[in-house]
Structure formats: C-alpha cells, structure tokens
Design a protein around this ligand. Sequence first.
Ligand code: NAD
Ligand code: IPM
Ligand code: MN
Length: 354
Amino acid sequence: MTTHDIAVIPGDGIGLEVTPAALEVVRAAGRRHGFTCQFTEYDWSCERYKREGAMMPPDGIDRLRGHDAVFLGAVGAPGVPDHVSLWGLLIPIRRAFRQYVNLRPVRLFDGIESPVNAAIDLVVVRENTEGEYSEIGGRMNRGFPGEMAVQESVFTRAGVTRVLDYAFDLASRRRGYLTSATKSNGIVHTMPFWDELVEERAREHPGVRWDQEHIDALCAKLVLGPSRFDVIVGSNLFGDILSDLAAAVAGSIGIAPSANLNPEREFPSMFEPVHGSAPDIAGRGVANPIGAIWSAAMMLEHLGHPAAADEIVAAIAAVLAKGDVRTRDLGGTAGTDDFTRAVLTLITEGRTEG
Ligand code: NAD
Ligand code: IPM
Ligand code: MN
C-alpha cells in the first residue's frame, strides 16, 4: 500500500480545529482508495513563539524538506505581531521550497447563498514568492517628523514568467480564458513589466483567450459578474486580495482552499485553507472546515490520488446541497465536527454522488 509522509502544522486559532477535521477526511479517503498517510505533527505556532522566542526551530525548513507534502492550518494570534508570526513560519516555507504558484479555486456550490446570484467556477493563480512581499526596504527617522517606511517590490523575469506559464497552461485545460490582474496605470515600473510579460507569454499560448483588468476594476467585476472568469493570474498581493474577495462572493472565506505548489517537485508543496486563524471565533468549535478539507483534497490530487480528491469535493458538495448541515458562516447552526462527520459518513459509505 502506498504511504505518504505528511508534515502537519496546525498552527494557531481555528487552525487547531480545522486541521484534525481535514486529516480525518484524508484517513477515510485513504481507506477507500488504498493509501495511507503518516502524519508528523509540528507544534510551530505563536504559542511556541511565546514560549521559545521563535515560530519554528532554526532547522525547521530542513525538517520539512524530506516530507512528501506539508499541511498547514493557520498562523497568527493576538500578542504576536502578524509580520513576526507569518515571516517566521508560513512565508519562509513558501520561499524556501519555491512554492511559486498559489492555486486558489473558487466555486459556488449548490445550496450556498451567495451575495451574487451567478454561477462561479474560477481559479486564482497567485504569484507566491516575490512581488510586493519582500524584505527589502526599511523604516527611517522613527519618532521624527520625517518618519517614513519604504517597501520595495521585486518582480523578476524568471519569477513572473513561470507563474504566467502555469496560469496559461491551466487555462488551456479549463475554459481557455485568462485574466491578468494589473495596475499599470498607477504603478509605473513593476506593473508595465508584468503586462509586457503577459503579452509575451500569451504569444506562446495561442489557444488561450486573455484579457487584463486593473485590480480595482477587477474587484468590482468579480462582484458584479463573476461567471465570466476562468483563470485569474495576479501578483502576490493582488492574488491574495482577489482570493478572499472571490471566496466571499462564493459564500464564505471559510470555504476557500489553497495549494502552494512547487510545480517542479524539487521540494514539498504546502496545502492550507485560504483563511487565517480567526481569533474572533477560535476555540468554539464553530469554524467552517471546508477550506481545510478541500485543501486536503488538493493535497491528495498532488500526491497522485485524483479519484480520492474528487470524492472529497463531491462529498462537500453533497452535504451543502442537502442543506441541513451548514456552519454559521453559511447561515447554519452546525459546528466544525457536525460538518466533518457528515462528509465522513458520505465518504465511508461511498455515497458521494449525492
Ligand atoms: P481570518 O481569515 O482569520 O478571518 C477573517 C474573518 O473570516 C473573521 O471574521 C473570521 O471569523 C472569518 N473566518 C475565517 N475563517 C473562517 C472559517 N473557517 N469559518 C468561519 N469563519 C471564518 O483573517 P484575519 O482576521 O485578517 O486574520 C486573523 C489572523 O490570521 C491574523 O493573525 C492573520 O495574520 C492570520 N492569517 C493567517 C493566514 C494563514 O495562516 N494562511 C491567512 C490569513 C490570515
Ligand atoms: C494568505 C494570507 C497570508 C498572505 C498572510 C497571513 C501573510 O493572507 O495566505 O492568504 O498574505 O499570503
Ligand atoms: Mn490572504
């Protein structure tokens, strides 16, 4: 039997609640599809930071390196500045393992009330290792009238080209339409460069229709008419913002999954819900586990189990379509465990076709 060796970092807040739910679903899918997963749990978190002064140990990246994949819950807690917790754990993993594609599918499931009344089936492809997220810059004149902060963006030809090629390829396997998020009317160096590279890569993918939209207008169009979008490619920051927006338009940010991919498979890829640690609801057992469970399905697909992945997504869809078990963010009263149990029942009984 195939065994996969998975590093698990539950992290903080609702990460500690949705991660066990996702792992339970992976175990059930494995029993039906003939594989097992061996989970190695790492307690790297804000709690660890408060105890030991670091989010992860100095050799943390090396300890993850040998695993087949990393599953992460969420990072961030009151009392630790967010840039300290995220740059101490999540962002270094993405960068060290060259996870330059952050894949974030968005679907409107039957049975979910969306703020917009339209079919939604799109994927945000977010550049994940450079762009606006950089360590270059500084704070100056602290406490003086001339106080300022400078934050440099880094867009490399190689870094932009590889994520664009991934997005064009993905579009060619879907409905053949790509939208590039830009802001070349206001950001005069990096965004015109991005646009040029999009045009260049488009010539290499003649089968894909493409468009570009300024990020502000794109946000409005995503709300007013999300159905026309297929693949949306954006820089690190634009992709981040678009993925929460699109997830909310499709019902709740609690649903959205993500795969931080190293497409070359030189290093492990990482799978995590799009949402954060949600301190406002943490510890109450009410978090929506769909984002985590769907992320686990993406992990299984990456590990070579597409049928198991499809079955998990079909089980989520079937529970939502039936409508009696829904978490509060979707207007229901169910808890994390109730929803997870409903999904587990369908998978275990092989009733995922609804
Ligand atoms: P958030 O995603 O944690 O929460 C935003 C809102 O959505 C909250 O009202 C929350 O209750 C709700 N929500 C999120 N996930 C939900 C779920 N599964 N079910 C039901 N409701 C859900 O974003 P935030 O408030 O900006 O950030 C909180 C902390 O999480 C911060 O420390 C932030 O830096 C961190 N964060 C971490 C990640 C990550 O680890 N990948 C992602 C985003 C934010
Ligand atoms: C995400 C998160 C992170 C990001 C934060 C917490 C650094 O918002 O994964 O979407 O911006 O990448
Ligand atoms: Mn985000």
